[in-house]
Design a protein. Structure first.
Length: 254
């Protein structure tokens, strides 16, 4: 299937590694022009050097918790690419299992307000696009108790799903779609589940044992779902939360 992403202009926060990196690679392979942000210059430079062979990619060091910096980046990225069609909020403040005020504030600033700042800054460009889409990365931990149940990550990722659903309604008449992808346990070298495997092997082994497929998901499997949802091929899909977990979440979704 031709997703119709060739020539589309995309911004992605946290695009230098993990799920964000896989999304960037997939969209570049589909012919999109992509601007990514990352917090560290060294990691960003390495990512851009490696990604450049795939297509037209740009990068900037941006702290997604800094609203002014994020707003400025959206403007500069749109200027560099000659427009903007797709906004993907992937960066997260983390906070899994943490219930301190500081953890909640950090996750709020990145996961919720980060998307708000991005959408506000991108809106004029999205309105001018003939295939505008907003997508946010949430988590299955927002849908059920996971680990100790409550934490800033779990709670505010649930709020993110609600926020995006609101965008799908308020921006629909402007031709802008908005969706969420919620991954389950995904293996990333050096990522969360890699650390769990080393530090809490019983938890890791239990996740494998209880998973219908007997394995964790891959970043490419998440990226493929994202690519479809932001593409013109999904032109009649908005306000959805697509769970990408291989059946890990034990729920019946009506």
């Amino acid at each position: 299937m031709d997703l119709g992403l060739s020539g589309k202009k995309v911004i992605i926060t946290g695009g230098s590694r993990g799920i964000g990196r896989a999304i960037t690679e997939t969209l570049l392979d589909e012919g999109a022009t992509v601007s990514i942000s990352a917090r560290g210059q060294e990691g960003l430079d390495a990512a851009i050097a490696e990604l450049s062979s795939r297509g037209d990619v740009h990068g900037s060091v941006v702290d997604a918790a800094d609203g002014e910096a994020l707003t400025a980046w959206v403007a500069s990225a749109a200027d560099a690419m000659g427009g903007l069609d797709i906004v993907i909020s992937n960066a997260s403040g983390g906070g899994a299992g943490k219930t301190t005020a500081e953890a909640f504030q950090q996750t709020l600033d990145v996961d919720i307000m980060g998307l708000v700042h991005m959408v506000d800054a991108a809106l004029p460009h999205l309105e001018a696009s003939d295939g505008a889409a907003i997508l946010a990365i949430s988590t299955t931990a927002a849908l059920e108790h996971f680990g100790n149940g409550m934490g800033s990550y779990h709670v505010l990722k649930a709020g993110l799903i609600n926020l995006v659903a609101g965008y799908s309604q308020s921006l629909g008449d402007k031709g802008i779609r908005a969706n969420v992808v919620s991954p389950g346990p995904i293996w990333v070298d050096g990522g969360g589940w890699s650390k769990i495997k080393d530090a809490v092997p019983d938890m890791y082994n239990d996740a494998i044992k209880t998973h219908p497929s007997g394995r964790l998901g891959s970043t490419d499997e998440v990226a493929n779902a994202v690519a479809f949802l932001v593409s013109p091929a999904a032109s009649w899909v908005t306000g959805e939360n697509l769970v990408v977990d291989g059946g890990y979440t034990k729920r019946v979704a009506f």
